[in-house]
Design a protein around this ligand. Structure first.
Ligand code: TA6
Length: 299
């Protein structure tokens, strides 16, 4: 059964479908335990703030809000490939999902959370892409004192398919130079900045230069501890890859939608299934990647 777009008049009181930056439609959630903004463009979460706390998700002040470009910051959805497409150099980095317009198909209040679901399915454009398969994607964002993101992909094709996915989360930090990512101690990683060499962490991930690391076969919880005393814990289900990224000075300056001085205020800790961890689905099968964020110390 294909869910129909929800009638805006039927939305619960804590959910509004409005016009956001760049004239793009945005779902604004004002729940009892947290607030958030979720653009239909790319199903892109651009903010999450627990009630009484500070924003947890980072968004560039220089982000463009146009249909032709992914929003910079927030939680881009990388699907159905991660990074450059291996066969089509003209294909958009990180797949087509973050550039597509998703539909709002459900919104409901649960306990102290508010759950909003967006949907994307194959189209003539996706069927003409480097990944031409029939599929349905449902993305449920649950906003409360914590944040839950669940991406379900269903194979609607007649053949088995495989794909990569990442919830490419940009987290706000006080200063990247006083920040560490725990939970990856002793983990091997692909260093994207050193000819994909395989290296191993010797402790928490700390930052003193551009950092771009892919951890495979890793599903343990991680956490971001910044100098303000805030800890954001990150737990996942059905996610076997992690990516950690900070662009540092030169890469930040090279991106037109990223403020030159913004690199100190963010870190990407991404929950994914990439490379050898890609997902394989038989016809009719579904897979859900879930990530949950909790602020365990406000600071
Ligand atoms: O996840 C890290 C990464 O793959 C980096 O290599 C960098 O390219 C980043 O994603 C941002 O990619 P984007 O296409 O959003 O500029």
């Amino acid at each position: 059964m294909i869910p129909a777009p929800i009638d805006p008049a039927a939305l619960p009181a804590s959910v509004r479908l409005e016009t956001g930056d760049g004239g793009l439609p945005v779902v604004r959630v004002a729940g009892p335990a947290g607030s958030a903004e979720l653009y239909l463009h790319g199903a892109h979460l651009t903010s999450w703030t627990p009630t009484g706390g500070r924003p947890v998700i980072w968004l560039s002040a220089a982000s463009l809000f146009t249909e032709a470009k992914a929003i910079r910051g927030g939680v881009p959805i990388c699907f159905p490939w991660f990074g450059a497409n291996p066969t089509d150099p003209a294909a958009p980095a990180h797949g087509f999902a973050r550039l597509a317009e998703w539909e709002l198909v459900d919104a409901r209040e649960e306990h102290d959370g508010v759950a909003v679901t967006l949907r994307l399915a194959d189209s003539p454009a996706t069927r003409a892409s480097a990944w031409p398969h029939r599929f349905e994607a449902l993305y449920t964002v649950t906003v409360g004192a914590g944040l839950s993101l669940a991406l379900t992909i269903t194979n609607r094709d007649t053949d088995a398919v495989s794909y990569e996915e990442a919830l490419h989360t940009y987290l706000a930090v006080d200063d990247i130079r006083d920040t560490e990512v725990t939970g990856l101690e002793s983990a091997p990683f692909i260093n994207q900045l050193a000819a994909m060499s395989i290296e191993t962490e010797t402790g928490p991930v700390r930052f003193a230069a551009e950092t771009d690391r892919i951890y495979l076969d890793h599903n343990a919880a991680t956490a971001v501890v910044d100098g303000s005393g805030r800890t954001v814990s990150i737990s996942t289900d059905e996610s076997n890859s992690r990516i950690v990224w900070n662009p540092w000075i030169a890469k930040a300056a090279s991106m037109g939608d990223f403020g030159d001085d913004e690199w100190t205020r963010m870190v990407c800790v991404e929950s994914a299934n990439v490379r050898e961890n890609r997902v394989r689905l038989n016809p009719g099968q579904s897979h859900t990647l879930t990530v949950v964020f909790d602020v365990t110390a406000q600071g």
